[in-house]
Design a protein around this ligand. Structure first.
Ligand SMILES: *Cc1c(COP(=O)(O)O)cnc(C)c1O
Length: 272
C-alpha cells in the first residue's frame, strides 16, 4: 500500500487495511510505501501492524535523494529467511547483522546520514506533533485557495486529503502542463505534473518539509498569476483566501510531554 499517494494527493487508511487482513485471517505481509508520508503525516509502523515500511530521504525528511530505509516486523524478517525469491540487494540479513555494531555491509552515504541526523534534530526540536499539525494547516490553506479559484481538488474525499500535496484539476479544455510551463517560465516556480491518467488534467502543489507560510503564499501567487495568464477563468482570489486562512489560524499546539522528553533543548540566539 501507499501511505501518501504523491501522484494524486490521497492518503490511505493503513490501520483499516491491517484490520481487514487480520479479519480475513490472511497471511499476507503488509508492505507500506511511506516515502512521501514519513515525517509529514501521522505514521505508526508498530501500532498499525505494518510488516515492512519503506521510506526515503527525499521528501518529508528534507534531504536530497540517495538513501532509503526499511522498518521490519519480526514476521517480515522470519518470512525473508525462508523466501525462495532470489535476492541480493533486498536481502536484509547482512545489514541487520552489521547494524548491530553500527556498521554497514557496504559504504554508506555518509553525507546524507549526517544530513538525516540534522533533519531528525529539526523535526524533534519542533516536536513531531507540531510538524504534523503544520502540514495539516498548510494543506487546508492551499485547499482554501483552490476552492476560491473555483477549481476542483483532485482528491474527491475530504476524509483522505493529503497533508503533503494538493492536486489541482484544470477545467475542461485547459492543458495543465501548459499552465505549469507558464508558471515555471514566468515565475520560476516548479509544480508537479499530473501522472498517468491525469496527465495534462491537473498539477500538484507540494506543501511539505522545510517550508513556511510565506514560501507557500509565493507558490500560490505564482499559480494564480499563471492560471490567469493561461486564460483560466477563476471564481475569485485563492491568494486572498489562503492569506485569510493563515492569518486567522495561528500555529498553536501544546507540545506533548513525550516529544519534549525526546527532543534536545533548542538552541536560541538572543539578539541584544
Ligand atoms: C517519491 C515517491 C516515490 C519514489 O521514490 P524513488 O526514491 O524515486 O523511487 C515512491 N513512492 C512515493 C509514495 C513517493 O512519494
Amino acid at each position: 500500500m501507499v501511505h501518501n499517494e504523491t501522484s494524486t494527493g490521497v492518503t490511505s487508511n493503513i490501520a483499516a487495511v491491517r484490520r481487514a487482513i487480520d479479519a480475513a485471517k490472511h497471511p499476507a505481509l503488509l508492505l507500506v510505501d511511506t516515502i512521501s508520508g514519513l515525517a509529514s503525516a501521522d505514521y505508526r509502523h508498530d501500532e498499525w501492524g505494518v510488516d515492512v515500511s519503506i521510506s526515503g530521504s527525499q521528501k518529508g525528511l528534507m534531504l536530497p535523494p540517495g538513501i532509503s530505509f526499511n522498518a521490519l516486523s519480526v514476521k517480515a524478517i522470519e518470512a525473508s529467511k525462508t523466501a525462495k525469491l532470489p535476492k541480493s540487494f533486498w536481502a536484509w540479513d547482512e545489514i541487520i547483522e552489521m547494524n548491530k555494531t553500527g556498521y554497514w555491509p557496504s559504504t554508506p552515504n555518509t553525507n546524507l546520514l549526517y544530513g538525516l541526523n540534522e533533519a531528525c534534530d529539526m523535526l524533534l526540536e519542533h516536536g513531531l506533533d507540531v510538524v504534523l499539525a503544520r502540514h495539516l494547516r498548510w494543506a487546508e490553506g492551499v485547499r482554501a485557495a483552490v476552492r476560491a479559484w473555483g477549481l476542483q481538488i483532485q482528491c474527491a474525499d475530504p476524509a483522505v486529503y493529503s497533508p503533503i500535496l494538493t492536486g489541482v484539476m484544470m477545467p475542461e479544455g485547459v492543458d495543465a502542463d501548459a499552465v505549469r510551463k507558464i508558471i515555471y517560465e514566468r515565475f520560476d516556480c516548479s509544480l508537479g505534473t499530473g501522472l498517468g491518467k491525469v496527465k495534462g488534467r491537473m498539477f500538484r502543489i507540494g506543501h511539505l518539509g522545510d517550508s513556511n507560510d510565506l514560501t507557500l503564499m509565493a507558490a500560490l501567487s505564482g499559480c494564480e498569476m499563471g492560471l490567469k495568464l493561461a486564460g483560466v477563468r477563476l471564481a475569485g482570489s485563492g491568494v486572498l483566501a489562503a492569506m485569510d486562512h493563515f492569518a486567522s489560524h495561528p500555529v498553536s499546539l501544546p507540545r506533548s510531554p513525550a516529544m519534549d522528553a525526546a527532543a534536545p533543548t533548542p538552541t536560541r540566539v538572543v539578539l541584544t
